[in-house]
Design a protein around this ligand. Structure first.
Ligand SMILES: O=C(O)C1=C[C@@H](OP(=O)(O)O)[C@@H](O)[C@H](O)C1
Ligand SMILES: C=C(OP(=O)(O)O)C(=O)O
Length: 416
């Protein structure tokens, strides 16, 4: 029998504050930069979840010392080491870990194997393999061509490389982070339009905190400096709490995220504003207030696609259809997120339509449903929002949220 989680309906207007755990994306960038910085760095406010534990294991395999203190949310990293011959990295389910660690591993010339779960093995890696070869590395594709597992070896020299942008921005971010340690530096050109653009700005900002400058997409040869680095809460995680205010009505404040955030996904609050919610922002908090009455919108989410499923759940309760565009590439994430979301909403009786580059959600009254979650944390966290308003919503395999947010259901229940 599958273990399920029943979501409790919120019977009154919300009035709550929450501080989600640290950003997955910033934690995994800071771990890579700290591993490449000779000396001791301290990361504060780090995320402890499956994806970041995968990265902690990965940088240890690359020779870094890692002292993690989960209750304090700190990670002390001794950087500047090197992998031992025969190193094997298990990136688990984590796209960021695998795509960031491949270029970093190729800096050492030691043969290193990178692999992950069957789900990660089904996600695309061809663009980073090609780019590493252009920079002088040897890449062995040990399974299906273009997919994990793979082994990198041979010393990369760097120089000019071309990489596609339309599949994932993580290829570009991973290359940039390895760039300063290459003999010839690195100058990347994109061969197709970049998705998830704010994540590349985040990459540059974290590199800058560790003393490395990026000019456009060129990284001159330089070196990382160890530092003490504070990590803000996860903005994709925050989208579920903003969504909760929109769905249940009332007010939710997310602490620790504000006008200076490094994360594009804070813009999910702007999307709810377009739907009729009120949003206030300070340097340290974002508050979403809603009457629960929402209008449908037409929106491009190519920059903030991790929040597209959150919007799909919210859009069910709007008074007109919502069309989301620009996110065809999310079919290659933990699951085909467009197909999965449309399938599940339709199972609940909602008129949801799959488009090539997104979906359209028509207003509806979902019926009690046990939702499949497709081993995708964002399917579980998004569909949970329906349960705040509709009785009888259950989620299969609720433990899948551990990929980025092990305490999600406790925090959701803390809202009221
Ligand atoms: O660089 C990052 O930290 C991420 C980039 C995005 O992926 P894509 O660039 O593949 O869209 C996002 O979906 C992922 O959760 C984290
Ligand atoms: C797509 C995601 O993760 P990743 O690509 O890092 O596995 C996500 O967290 O939604």
């Amino acid at each position: 029998m599958t273990l399920t989680k029943t979501v409790r309906v919120v019977g009154r207007q919300l009035d709550a504050e929450v501080r989600p755990p640290g950003s997955k994306s910033i934690t995994n960038r800071a771990l890579i930069c700290a591993a490449l910085a000779p000396g001791v760095s301290t990361l504060r406010g780090a995320l402890f979840a499956d994806d970041t534990k995968a990265m902690m294991g990965a940088i240890q395999a690359l020779g870094a010392g890692v002292e993690a203190n989960e209750s304090e949310q700190t990670v002390v990293v001794r950087g500047g080491g090197a992998p031992k011959p025969g190193a094997v990295i298990d990136a688990r389910q984590s796209g960021t870990t695998s795509r960031f660690v491949l270029p970093a591993a190729a800096l050492f010339g030691t043969r290193t194997v990178v692999d992950g779960t069957p789900q990660l093995r089904a996600r695309p890696f061809g663009p980073v393999f090609d780019a590493l070869r252009q920079a002088g590395a040897k890449v062995e594709e040990l399974g299906e061509p273009g997919f994990l597992p793979a082994a990198v070896s041979g010393l990369m020299r760097g120089g000019a490389v071309h990489v596609s942008g339309h599949v994932s921005s993580q290829f570009l971010s991973g290359l940039l982070m390895a760039g300063p340690l290459l003999g010839d530096g690195l100058a990347v050109s994109l061969t197709s339009e970049l998705v998830s653009v704010p994540y590349v700005e985040m990459t540059k900002a974290v590199m800058a905190a560790f003393g490395v400058r990026v000019d456009g997409l060129a990284v001159p040869k330089s070196s990382y400096q160890p530092c003490s680095y504070g990590i803000e809460p996860d903005a994709s995680a925050a989208s579920y709490f903003f969504g909760a205010a929109a769905v249940a009505g009332g007010r939710v404040t997310v602490r620790g995220l504000g006008t200076g955030s490094l994360q594009g996904d804070v813009r999910f609050a702007d999307v709810l504003e377009l739907m009729g919610a009120a949003v206030t922002r300070t340097v340290d908090a974002i508050t979403v207030t809603s009457s629960g009455r929402l209008r449908g919108i037409d929106v491009d989410m190519a920059d903030i696609s991790d929040t597209a499923q959150t919007l799909a759940a919210v859009a069910v309760f709007a008074d007109s259809p919502t069309r989301v565009r620009g996110i065809g590439f999310i079919r290659g994430k933990e699951t085909d997120r467009i197909g999965a979301m449309v399938t599940e909403l339709r199972r609940a009786g909602v008129d949801a339509v799959e488009d090539e580059d997104g979906f359209t959600i028509h207003p509806g009254e979902p019926r009690p449903t046990v939702f499949h979650t497709y081993e995708d944390h964002r399917m579980a966290m998004s569909l949970a929002l329906l349960g705040l308003r509709v009785p009888g919503i259950e989620l299969e395999d609720p433990g899948c949220v551990a990929k980025t947010y092990p305490g999600f259901f406790a925090d959701l229940e803390s809202l009221g």
